[in-house]
Design a protein around this ligand. Structure first.
Ligand code: AMP
Length: 119
């Protein structure tokens, strides 16, 4: 999949549309999901142009990968969901029902979540 720079997260990174930033560093941006599916619902995205998790895993630098993984702990701490737990989800491509073609990880928590896959 070729990276499409017109995707909505690329526009957020270029500050063309607003976001509710939770955390940011040189490599990642974390912001609240606009349609939260739990009391806490954040998205972690790399600042680099990666289409999905496998693309990021294959092509990102060690520094980008470390920053992304560390951002998980940071957002969990900021949102105070470490003790009770949370869910991290990366929807990928068509079968994973990925809607935005810029790699992102959903962090969901703040309440007891429903079963992961229903129906
Ligand atoms: P996915 O289906 O994994 O690609 O999820 C994309 C997520 O992006 C959905 O949960 C949307 O609610 C979220 N989303 C779409 N547009 C925005 C936006 N402008 N700001 C924050 N979250 C967004």
């Amino acid at each position: 999949m070729t990276y499409n720079p017109d995707n909505i997260f690329a526009k957020i990174l270029r500050a063309e549309i607003p976001n509710n930033t939770v955390y940011e560093n040189d490599h990642v941006l974390v912001f609240d999901d606009i349609t939260p599916q739990a009391a806490v619902h954040c998205l972690i995205i790399p600042k680099g142009a990666y289409t999905d998790q496998a693309d990021f895993s294959a092509r990102a630098s060690d520094a980008e990968i470390i920053a992304f993984e560390r951002a998980i702990a940071t957002v969990v701490d900021i949102k105070g969901i470490g003790n009770d737990g949370y869910r991290a989800v990366c929807n990928t491509k068509e079968n994973g029902r990925q809607e935005v073609p810029h790699y992102h990880m959903h962090i969901l928590g703040g309440e007891k979540l429903p079963a992961m896959i229903t129906g």
